[in-house]
Design a protein around this ligand. Structure first.
Ligand code: ZN
Ligand code: ZN
Ligand code: FE
Length: 763
């Protein structure tokens, strides 16, 4: 072959299920290159014969023009003598033992498929499962790699001639789109209602839409699980859903029909609008438009709404505009309170029977359960803050700045995720949930098995939280014994800080000032930590400052009933007899006496330095919340109250290694007595914390020379506090790192555990 060269290329990253091979095919054809391309379980392999010039152009385009959903992390090339290929072809996929490569997350319906969905001339017209190489289900239907139809839950649907033709044509948008299907050959929907099964698609859609419009509740099978749906503008319907689901106040997600509906119900800026439309379609927490007629019951005590746009063709059709059909539907996880989102038709029928009165079903099995992701946009920036990482994001990897052993980090107890790591990647799982019940534990173990199989990671070390009662810790310790591999306990707040360091790619030898503020974490001294200022590296930490501990009378009960924490503070100040304070009004003498006994005896009264509990106490003191029914409720409502024009601040007393809130509580009570509005009290508390953080960081910078501050822990989901602390620290010359890839809450813990465990192993 005169003047020809040969080249072998191995591409790694998210390169399967994203139209990568057709892209390579067209590129090679256009440059008159011969050879082949194929998927392997380690990535994509390409073999080329051609002129040197064409090969060079190929490499440039490979990097620069890859399809939008592809994420190339590595390209390896090997020069070869030409093989004398006569054409360019796409070869059958190849499984490579032990190799692993990232799996694409699910992708929202693309503009082309959307157009076909509503084009009467197209054969995909009104087909609720239309998809192509640029969109559709991925992670939730993949059983194993390489990503080919027989290894997905689409295996049971044989393609019709028309679909097979598109699937096999390298120039078609559906070339090797594994979930490709049409009304002839693919999954179908049906409605189960009042003992009847309606198989006719249009009739089923019509009936379920009318059902919702009439104020009823429907279960809708979606992409990563079931939703419970009702009209968000119907207060009775929302109340009924809350009662049946035993979910009194926690905000419910709302699906809005389209951009016009977003504008009508929300005050979203351009970046927020773009985020709502992006291919990951998260639930975004945005300001509520005061003009919106969405029932306040959707988010009691909130000025925000958690909204998303339809992300599958089915959702798009469900929410199609029509007279009498609401443009805002509650779409909350289809589960009973605190249990995992349901994915199986029969389980949904049984478990949601007391909640939903109609079931919109389909017959495409869900392999991986995956809740909707919840995000918000950091004020005045274009940065996403993950609150819950699920559909659209998982199982995308996070790049590590080190080479990791094959590792499993078990995560925490609440808002659990686990994390697998290997080589340069960490793979935090989708949101699993609170591990407090048997069903969630089952889902946790199933998800771990699925991740390990998909990613070809067999852990050779385990990381877990020091809390002996976390089910994740027990799982890790049991597994360490079974597999005979090391298990490394990682302190909760150290894990929080390490997670933030890791997602920012800080190198192995880094040290930071870490502000780990959250509700609860097991300390190394037997107390419950949560207001922690650490000087931390990946290997270890020094607890430089912490909130002075206070008794938590009744333990978990005090978490649900913040007035108990308020009473503990009043006791410290000798004010426990001031029963007219809002925190104690209406609480019976018996209950107060019981708490006082606990405070005296210390029975079932752990000590805590928790920042979350301090927010609770202040919220209770001003009468905002004596009891809560979801984690962080008091703090969220306190933030909502903040009067942004107030500049005064409460003062914390700082000693050698502690900061004491006694003076803050005393000032709150004095302000209450003086009739200061609650909004000002809430603001002075927030301002006081900002001043405290600034002072502590300045002290530590003098002591250690460190300028990098990482903020982690659930308290940093408070945007008011986060914004003012960032402004203050940056003005003082600090570099501030916050979470953008994993949540600041305990959903981020597993990544931090993996980071700490790796560095402990190689220490
Ligand atoms: Zn598409
Ligand atoms: Zn078909
Ligand atoms: Fe935490």
């Amino acid at each position: 072959m005169n003047g020809n060269s040969g080249l072998h290329i191995n591409v790694r990253g998210i390169v399967q299920g994203v139209g990568f091979r057709p892209f390579v095919y067209k590129l090679a054809q256009g440059l008159d290159l011969k050879g082949w391309v194929r998927n392997t379980s380690a990535g994509v392999d390409i073999e080329l014969d051609g002129s040197q010039e064409a090969l060079t152009r190929f490499m440039q385009s490979l990097r620069g023009e890859a399809p939008p959903l592809a994420k190339i992390t590595e390209i390896k090339t090997t020069k070869r003598s030409p093989n004398g290929y006569g054409n360019f072809e796409i070869k059958q996929s190849l499984a490579v033992a032990d190799a692993f490569q990232p799996v694409s997350a699910d992708v929202a319906i693309c503009p082309d498929c959307l157009r076909e969905l509503f084009d009467p001339a197209d054969r995909h017209y009104r087909y609720p499962f239309v998809n192509c190489t640029n969109c559709g289900p991925r992670f939730t239907i993949i059983k194993d790699l390489p990503y080919d139809r027989p290894l997905t839950t689409m295996a049971e649907f044989a393609m019709c001639t028309a679909c097979a033709h598109e699937y096999q044509d390298p120039t078609d948008r559906r070339y090797h789109a594994q979930p490709v299907s049409c009304p002839e050959c693919g999954p179908q929907i049906w409605l189960e209602i009042g003992g009847e099964t309606i198989r006719d698609q249009e009739e089923a859609l019509k009936r379920v839409r009318a059902w919702i419009a009439a104020g009823e509740i429907a279960a809708v099978k979606g992409l990563g699980g079931f939703h419970l749906a009702c009209d968000a503008t119907n207060a009775d319907a929302v109340r009924r859903l809350r009662e049946r689901k035993a979910r009194p106040d926690k905000p419910l997600a709302v699906m809005l029909a389209d951009t016009a509906a977003v504008r009508r119900h929300c005050l979203a800026n351009e970046f927020e609008l773009a985020t709502l439309h992006d291919t990951r379609r998260p639930i975004l927490i945005v300001q509520r438009n005061p003009e919106s007629n969405i029932a306040t019951e959707v988010g009691p005590g909130q000025q925000t709404l958690g909204v998303m746009l339809p992300y599958t063709p089915l959702h798009t059709m469900l929410m199609e505009r029509a007279e009498g059909i609401s443009d805002a539907w509650v779409m909350t996880s289809g589960n009973r309170s605190d249990e995992p989102i349901l994915i199986d038709n029969e389980e949904a029928r049984q478990q949601l029977a007391g909640i939903a009165t109609a079931f919109l079903m389909h017959d495409r099995p869900i392999q991986a359960r995956c809740d909707d992701s919840v995000m918000r946009v950091k004020p005045k920036t274009q940065a996403l803050i993950p609150i819950r990482r699920g559909r659209g994001f998982a199982p995308a990897p996070i790049d590590l700045s080190w080479d990791s052993h094959p590792m499993l980090a078990a995560g925490a107890e609440l808002k659990n995720t686990f994390c697998l790591a290997k080589g340069k990647f960490a793979f935090p799982s989708q949101h699993i949930g609170d591990l407090g019940n048997y069903e969630t534990l089952q889902a946790y173990e199933a998800a771990i098995a699925h991740f390990e199989r998909l990613l070809r990671i067999k852990p050779r070390a385990l990381a877990y939280d020091l809390h002996p009662d976390y089910l994740s810790s027990r799982y890790a310790l049991k597994r360490a014994q079974q597999d005979v591999i090391p298990a490394i306990g990682v302190q909760h707040h150290h894990a929080h800080i390490a997670a933030c360091m890791a997602e920012h790619g800080l190198p192995s030898n880094s040290s930071v000032i870490g502000l780990a503020f959250d509700g609860t974490g097991f300390g190394t001294d037997g107390t419950i930590w949560g207001g922690e200022v650490l000087v931390a590296s990946y290997v270890g930490f020094e607890r430089a400052f912490h909130l002075t501990t206070i008794a938590l009378p009744g333990g978990d009960l005090a978490v649900r009933q913040p007035w108990r924490q308020a009473l503990a503070w009043l006791g410290k100040l000798g004010m426990e007899e001031e029963r007219d304070l809002p925190a104690l009004k209406g609480i019976s003498e018996t209950e107060i006496a019981a708490v006082k006994r606990q405070l005296q005896s210390g029975v079932n009264t752990p000590l805590t330095s928790s920042m979350g509990r301090l927010f609770d106490a202040v919220a209770a003191l001003i009468g905002l919340r004596r009891e809560v029914n979801y984690e962080g409720q008091a703090a969220i409502e306190l933030e909502n109250l903040v009067d942004l024009y107030e500049s005064n601040a409460y003062h914390f007393e700082i000693t050698e290694s502690e900061f004491n809130a006694r003076s803050v509580i005393a000032a709150v009570v004095a302000d209450l007595r003086a009739g200061t509005p609650a909004g000002k009290i809430a603001a002075r508390f927030h301002n006081g914390l900002t001043a405290l953080v600034l002072e502590l960081c300045t002290t530590l910078r003098k002591r250690t020379g460190l300028k990098e501050v990482t903020l982690s822990g659930g308290v940093w989901q408070n945007m008011t506090l986060l914004s003012s602390v960032m402004v203050g620290l940056q003005a003082a010359g600090f570099q501030v790192l916050t979470h953008h890839q994993v949540p600041a809450n305990d959903g981020g813990i597993s990544l931090g555990q993996a980071a700490v465990a790796q560095h402990t192993l190689i220490k």
